[in-house]
Design a protein around this ligand. Structure first.
Ligand code: 5GP
Length: 202
């Protein structure tokens, strides 16, 4: 089959749903898909490396990049700014590579508007109680931050209906499988195989 553009996959889900773990596991097993490294104004957490989890930049740098149309989308989250550098994403998609944007809901809605063929996937917790336990269980943040994260999580959950697919993360292994099913089915959509159709029908 002839090479087509890659799929732009948006992956959202509140903190505490294990979306990062599902995403990492998925990427290990799917060489046709890569991760878009966002730029952020937040400080690195212990263990995070510049250029690996994020590009850690200043507010000035962030807004310069925004003014230069350097972001495909961007949003403020918990007092920090996050944005998807557009150039790297476009290059990968053009080369036939699928790209995952692991972003929050406001950014996801911008992508939905700008890139209608993008696939929006929401990773949900099995229940609100489990989500609360997971957010508290991290033990890395003070109580007021935990309360704020829970409030944000609830607001994010309320936007699930804007997504194309929901993956309930009850078990990582199962969640990754569901994610693979989505990607593989999307790849088979007729609209994503125009070059093949032209070829076979000529
Ligand atoms: P954290 O600070 O915990 O790494 O990320 C906070 C939130 O920002 C998460 O929901 C994460 O998915 C989201 N996020 C990370 N990068 C981006 C981005 O480039 N754009 C948007 N809109 N959200 C992002």
């Amino acid at each position: 089959m002839m090479n087509n553009k890659g799929i732009l996959i948006v992956l959202s889900g509140p903190a505490g749903t294990g979306k990062g773990t599902v995403c990492k596991e998925f990427l290990k097993r799917n060489a046709d898909t890569s991760f878009s490294i966002s730029a952020t104004t937040r400080s690195p957490r212990p263990g995070e490396e510049d250029g690996r989890e994020y590009f850690f930049i200043s507010k000035d740098q962030f807004f310069k990049m925004k003014d230069d149309e350097g972001f495909l989308e961007y949003a403020e989250f918990c007092g920090n700014y996050y944005g998807t550098p557009v150039a790297a994403v476009m290059k990968k998609l053009d080369a036939g590579q699928n790209v995952i944007l692991e972003i929050e809901v406001k950014g996801a809605m911008q992508i939905k508007e700008k890139v209608p063929e993008a696939v929006l996937v929401f990773i949900a917790p099995p229940s609100k109680e489990i989500l609360r336990k997971r957010i508290e269980g991290r033990g890395t943040e003070p109580q007021d931050i935990i309360d704020r994260r829970m409030e944000i999580a609830e607001n994010e959950l309320a936007l699930i209906h804007n997504y194309d697919y929901i993956i309930v993360n009850d078990q990582v292994e199962e969640a990754v499988k569901r994610f693979e099913i989505i990607k593989n089915a999307e790849k088979l959509k007729t609209i994503r195989n125009n070059e093949f159709i032209l070829e076979v029908c000529k």
